[in-house]
Design a binder for this molecule. Sequence first.
Ligand SMILES: Nc1ncnc2c1ncn2[C@@H]1O[C@H](COP(=O)(O)OP(=O)(O)OP(=O)(O)O)[C@@H](O)[C@H]1O
Length: 567
Amino acid sequence: MGLVLLSLLVLVALLAPLLPLPDPDATAPAERLQPVLSQGHLLGTDQLGRDILSRLTWGSRVSMAVGFAATLVAAAIGSTIGLVSGYAGGRTDNLMMRGVDMLMAFPYILLALAIVAALGPGLMNALYAIAIVNIPFFARNVRGVTLGLSHAEFVDAARLSGKGHLSIITTEVLPNVLPVIVITMSTTAGWMILETAGLSFLGLGAQPPQADLGSMLGEGRAQLFTAPQVSIVPGVMIFLIVISLNVLGDGIRDVLDPRLRSGALLRPGPRTEVHSDRAQPANGFPSAVLNVEGLETGFVRNGHYSSAVKAVSLHLHPGECLGLIGESGSGKSVTALSIMGLVNSPPGVIRNGGIYLHGDDVHSMPDTRLISCRGSRVAYIFQDPLTTLHPMHTIGRQVEEAISAHQRLDRRALQERSVALLERVGIRDARERAKHYPHQLSGGQRQRVGIAMALANDPDVIVADEPTTALDVTVQAQILGLLKELRRERGMALLFITHDFGVVAEICDRVAVMKDGVVVETGPTQELLADPQHDYTKRLIACVPEIGRGSDFLARVRSVFDAGNKP
Ligand SMILES: Nc1ncnc2c1ncn2[C@@H]1O[C@H](COP(=O)(O)OP(=O)(O)OP(=O)(O)O)[C@@H](O)[C@H]1O
């Protein structure tokens, strides 16, 4: 809509010389202040009898030309400053940015007025003033993006390959910054047209008899009550140009930023959307602490629904460990997140199924109850704690926060409990360590913090989504040992997600094998390992290497894969 409206306005402005319009500056005192739709003057006349339609068309042409030219000048200068400053860093960056800061420290309209006052009134000088006051917006935006890019691996690679600075800026950095420049241009162009109109309104832009939208508005001010059309018409035109530019700017931003296009930045609701007429199978395992019956969760992409997991049924008895195993993309995480309604909606939807926690259907619970169950009755441990821990808070404070979400304790008791939890998960010197930030810990220690947070409120169920995948084998063994111990000690049930049968054999009582969103086989771990029924299970088991049986292992894997339809 923005593009259509703006194209129309630009087209009319461009065609002004060809349109059968009277001279915009020709005065006719006998015809002054004619109303709208009067004979020969579609939009009436102004206080000097000039045709408003003609002045509007020519005036829009001038306003848009000045606004767009100022945008280009500000974009070119501001982006160059941003690129050089962000790329060079250090003293250059400091000097340039302090200059920009000084420009930003003045109220921009005062600065524009001061510049025009110094240069003298006139359209060109208004253009310079508007361009200058907008340079900081481009410089700041572009510098921020460039700063991040200048340390990116592909820029380092270009530098090491012998490319010069100018070449790196133009071929490596600029293409990545271009969307930011275009977005800033499209969102500030409307603003600049407004500012140009503002200067002309004050008599500092277009000089009589030349028309631009601001000067028309200024001249019409005196007749606001006797002949309102003289000021309303240019006012509406300014509104149309600016709104079309802003709408277009938003559209361009959405197109250039794929995350916005896919809706990924939409704020998800507090729980996964549940389809209103979902099939809800009855609870077949009343004694289970957690029972998932016939779960189907999917995603709506571009208005089309497609399921990610289908007819998944799992149950967990108190103190039991169930392994959920399958290749990447088989639907393990979607299943796990569906349990507590943590799949982002949009785009996620729980289409069918019942999830029973101690016999209560989780997705029939009101929001407050569901939210209070998260962390207190079912807790999660995720694969990479660095992405879930807050980088600016100490780990002690984050464990305290997890506790205080469900328990009312005073500050001292919170601290003590947090240190005790950190000690319990094997963080040495926990009291000191609690004062550290996540980046000061190793991957294994961060995962221990994640476990401490999951344990904070003694949950009945812990869902561990590949908690050891990012860790080396020795730390992995320690974490598995810790989870086993905690399970025994606290009687928690554990849903352990992995793609590694070695890990399943180590920790799980039962195992469910997932492929393409469906559970293909389930059973007690030892039985399933000894006598797998499904081809896919056989292939997964065959992939677990055994120490000391190198050549034999490969032969076994090959024979299992050959026996299956497809590797
Ligand atoms: N936000 C989303 N939008 C659309 N599809 C998604 C989204 N999240 C997951 N999916 C799809 O759901 C399916 C299951 O994904 P899921 O993350 O559960 O796999 P997984 O088995 O946990 O894999 P991994 O072991 O790699 O974590 C995949 O096909 C994935 O593309």
